[in-house]
Design a protein around this ligand. Structure first.
Ligand code: SAH
Ligand code: F3S
Length: 482
């Protein structure tokens, strides 16, 4: 008899975690009881969405390799493709659905190809995803990645016993687990200058527009001691900069330690040039965080501080827990304490019920604060959120589009003007790599996260060099090393 998707979820949701998380972390390579896979698979991981997803893909690569599988850099070499997905806006999900259609074409040529959908969209759409893409073999949410080796093994057995694709049950792992922090897993990162380090998973804030709490579960912080050890190891591996990641990084807590304590502790790690973090929540911007930013030399003076809306009424409907005035006061305080701080933000236009006047409050706030840069979005209704349940998505698409256009134009002008003001200044740049447009130049970031491009001269990747700014665009500083 045909099983419903719900039953399939129940069947696999009960799987137990593979590893003992209480094992000591001191020797990570020995921590995981290595389940020798009956089939070592070559896995290609494709990542969509935010940095947290990039970090999760590194974690998945860690879990797979420690269990005898191999990750490969090209889809052509793979017998498993894992698509790590984003659910934040509808277009993020549409992009993945289109990609799955392409992968299904490939599967017709390569019938043994296992297609897995992981991450936020897997958690969000659940059985709808399997209805829309019945050829998907594996659906796995962000707290279930320990089950990946078991999943690949059981799917491989299906392939081996020639069960036809249509008869094979997909493997589904969608439990959300407040205790899952993957603290014992060693992620596999690409070599480079900047490493992303997850310090917190989930979110407890429940902004009414946002799907994250539903797909990533409750907030949990990783132990400070482990994080400092991780950073020491990253420095040993040659990383110069670490970006601390979390949905509301600054609500970080470990026993008595708060986010400021973590910043100080990580900032003190020998050999680390720079520490950044993303994203803090305005309501959790404590003096402890501001003190650490002001006084720890390696903590970058850049704050990505999502505003969302400049209208207190809209912020209330969004349940952001701060007013427009409180946000303005916070920015004033930050600029007083840290005069050269770069501030960037996220904005949503066209949220439920947003009037012209409310939108203009956002526009005015952006004009007053003068952000260094901003990510700007049209509101996208997400099923399952409170906004979806209680507020109609009533701002017409054309109005959303028009409002977005207005703030993008405003922000481009502000970014260009702020950059123009740096002409003649000398800025410290951490070199990240060769410029894509010109092999004789390097690109890197300033402390304030602006891209700088300059001739290589006698410098190398990983150096921090002084660059005198000659010309600028809205997005780039162009100059010479001095
Ligand atoms: N706390 C996280 C937020 C992750 S989502 C962080 O700061 O990293 C990133 C941004 O996406 C949010 O700040 C918000 O501006 C935008 N966003 C979230 N849900 C959205 C939705 N339903 N429609 C449009 N934009 C959204
Ligand atoms: Fe989303 Fe608000 Fe948390 S934007 S990630 S619910 S802070």
């Amino acid at each position: 008899m045909e099983r419903t998707n719900t039953e399939r979820f129940m069947k696999n949701d009960t799987l137990l975690p593979l590893y003992n998380k209480d094992k000591p972390k001191s020797n990570p390579s020995n921590e995981l009881p290595t389940a020798i896979p009956s089939h070592a698979r070559r896995v290609y991981i494709e990542t969509y969405g935010c940095q947290m997803n990039v970090s999760d893909s590194e974690l998945m690569a860690g879990i797979l390799t420690q269990n005898g599988h191999q990750t490969v850099p090209h889809l052509d070499d793979a017998d498993v493709v894992l698509v790590n997905t984003c659910a934040i806006r509808e277009n993020a999900e549409t992009k993945v659905i289109n990609r799955l259609v392409q992968l299904n074409h490939r599967k017709r040529r390569q019938p043994d190809l296992i297609i897995g959908v992981c991450g936020c969209m897997a958690q969000h759409l659940r059985d709808k995803l399997l209805d829309a893409a019945p050829y998907v073999d594996l659906v796995m949410g962000p707290d279930a990645y320990r089950d990946l080796p078991v999943a690949l093994d059981s799917l491989a057995r299906g392939v081996e016993s020639h069960v036809s694709l249509t008869d094979r049950d997909p493997f589904v792992g969608l439990r959300l687990d407040k205790s899952e922090d993957y603290a014992d897993i060693v992620p596999i990162r690409k070599e480079g200058i900047r490493a992303w380090l997850t310090i917190q998973r989930g979110c407890d804030k429940m902004c009414t527009f946002c799907i994250v709490p539903f797909v990533r579960g409750r907030e949990r912080s990783l132990p400070l001691k482990f994080l400092v050890e991780d950073v020491e190891k990253l420095v040993d591996q040659g990383f110069k900069e670490v970006v601390l990641l979390g949905q509301t990084v600054n609500s970080y807590r470990d026993n008595g330690a708060d986010f400021g304590d973590l910043l100080y502790a990580v900032g003190d790690v020998n050999g680390l040039e720079r520490v950044r973090f993303t994203s803090p929540h305005p309501a959790d911007a404590t003096d402890s965080m501001i003190d650490a930013m002001a006084s720890s030399p390696s903590v970058c003076k850049h704050l990505h501080l999502p505003l969302q809306s400049g209208s207190t009424e809209v912020l209330e409907r969004m349940r952001r827990t701060y007013t427009a005035e409180a946000y303005r006061n916070l920015v004033s305080k930050l600029r007083e304490r840290i005069p050269d701080i770069a501030i960037t933000t996220d904005i949503i236009v066209g949220f439920c019920g947003e009037t012209d006047a409310e939108f203009m409050e956002t526009y005015q706030m952006m004009a007053d604060i003068r952000y260094d840069s901003a990510f700007m979005f049209k509101y996208s209704e997400r099923e399952g959120t409170l906004a979806h349940k209680v507020f109609p998505d009533d701002v017409p698409e054309t109005v959303k589009g028009e409002r977005l256009k207005q703030i993008i134009e405003l922000q481009e002008n502000i970014s260009a003007a702020i950059n123009r003001d740096t002409v003649g200044d000398t800025v410290a740049v951490l070199i990240e790599g060769e410029s894509r447009r010109d092999a004789d130049r390097y690109h890197g970031k300033t402390d304030g996260f602006k891209t700088a491009v300059f001739p290589k001269a006698n410098t190398k990747i990983g150096d921090v060099v002084n660059v005198r700014v000659d010309t600028t665009t809205a997005h780039t500083l162009i100059g010479q090393t001095i």
